[in-house]
Ligand binder design. Sequence first.
Ligand code: PLP
Length: 250
Amino acid sequence: MTEDSRVNNDLAQNMRVINQRIEQACVKAKRNRDEVRLLLATKTVDVTRIEKALALMEKPLMGENKVQELEEKGPQLVEPRPDIHFIGHLQSNKIKHVLRWAECIQSVDRLSLAKKLQNRLEFEHKHIDILVQVNTSYEDSKFGIQPEQAVELVKKISQFDRIHIKGLMTIGLFSDDKDKVRACFQRLVAIQQQVIAQKIPGVAMDELSMGMSGDLEIAIEEGATIIRVGTAIFGKRQYPDSYYWNESKR
Ligand SMILES: *Cc1c(COP(=O)(O)O)cnc(C)c1O
């Protein structure tokens, strides 16, 4: 088998496995399969492999963590043209680059960023969808607003007319203790319910982006609408994830 066809087979096989896992989790949770959207987490993955994986998807969706990778890959991703979400820590001086490629920023976690985002959107006569990222595991190494401050942040961001809040995003605790992982996702749902109860004008809470390669079943059981999967499709990454998650916290 050539190297190329081996890679293809692996990707196709991995996608099949992921789709089965999603389906089974939906059955267990008594949810419709189409309530859960798969997002390919494509950090460090080259365009050729991303395209092959996207071609296997009905509604191609991918997420990048780094502005630099987004800028490299964005112009090359033409067929099929995926929806692109930004899922990494966003520095405000890089906003304009992200706006060129992403239809949703899942990682808005502070008011100062939202303010600069609104300014840039006004300048460009644009709008954007966002999710508010919550640090449901309370780990220092992770970005995201503290759960206790999340509702307040949503309320404040809702005043920016070019930013459309669609829901919440979180990264669950990395742990073999499923109850602790589940507690993170339940925390996100609790915040979703609090926000809904406040009936904040212009705020939608339909999306819960939670669950990754290791914990997507738990996330789906708890109500995830977007799961973000990298390793289980593309294989292990070369860099430790800390490189992507806490660049300015080290
Ligand atoms: C890398 C990454 C994922 C995917 O993680 P895997 O464990 O490889 O599936 C999901 N969300 C974010 C924010 C990521 O950075």
